[in-house]
Design a protein around this ligand. Sequence first.
Ligand code: G3P
Ligand code: MG
Length: 355
Amino acid sequence: RHLHSQPQSHGPPPPPFGIAFDIDGVLLRGESPIGASQQALRRLYNHSGELAIPYVFLTNGGGFRESERALELSKLLGVHVSPLQVLQGHTPFKQLVSRFENELVVAVGKGEPAAVMSEYGFKNVLSIDEYASYFDGIDPLAHYKTWITRKAANRSTLEGMTTRDDVCSQRVQAAFIVSDSVDWSRDIQVLCDILRTGGLPGREIGHQPELYFANDDLAYQASFPSERLGMGAFRIALESIFNSIHPRALQYTCFGKPNPFVFNNAEAVLKQLVSSLYHKAGHGNDRTHHFRRLYMIGDNPSVDIRGARQAGNPWFSILTRTGVFKGTDNHAEFPADMVVNTVEDAVDFILKKEC
Ligand code: G3P
Ligand code: MG
């Protein structure tokens, strides 16, 4: 059940369409598949379990390496997912490697944010858990947080930085919010320390290091009946506190949907996918494949639908009612090209129209 190349000289030509699936609120809520989302995905594979329709997961979520996320999604959704198909909010952070390759950077969020950044090529990256553990008293509430003790034991050994002094005396050049912050109070405190002091907590005020967010989602669906606060909410909290204690406004960059470059990148990856599926069948090579239509199936009007609309042709947006959007009609501010109840309805529509 892999991304097999079609046999030489026969087999159908590559489809002129592809699909980008949002994850939270479309396919999953927490770890549970929504409705018949597993069956909907299965329709994109042939009888031998090989991928027949090019599709990617285009999520603003993250916290784990794309290879690990592919394994997890394969398990939760019951289909074989390749790491190439997993585009997470933080995936574009790899474009910043050349700028920070050997600089000390701090990675924030649930899961394994430092492992994600190391995989992208960052050589001097510490999770904020580990970084904070080198500064005595940096979080005055730490001893009320019993889970912190486990983290301190989990130290990495960075090249040339083996002692507390090495870490504390080296300037942090950038902070990356890779996934949702687990401990807002500690993370806001430590980020304010890093950002106000030019990357040297406890020292004088200095030039603000770079700050990057993997997404700016105010809310997302998750498993609870009403929406949960997302990274955008954390950004507002950090920004408003920073701006209250610092004379210069916080500078930052947000990645993820709805930025048009995320959709352009998804199109490029879908072309790569077509190339890996069909390149031996003599149907033209890799990046030259032309998609007549690309479908974005999402649940969040201001993120998924807005992004697909901004990206323009060949994107066609489909809004489901299984997540953030629960309205009866279309969304007023960011109307989708089509509104359906579930992802099964969306896949059904696409396959009827295209096949
Ligand atoms: O934390 C995840 C959330 O912000 C969005 O996930 O899959 O709906 O883009 P998704
Ligand atoms: Mg979603």
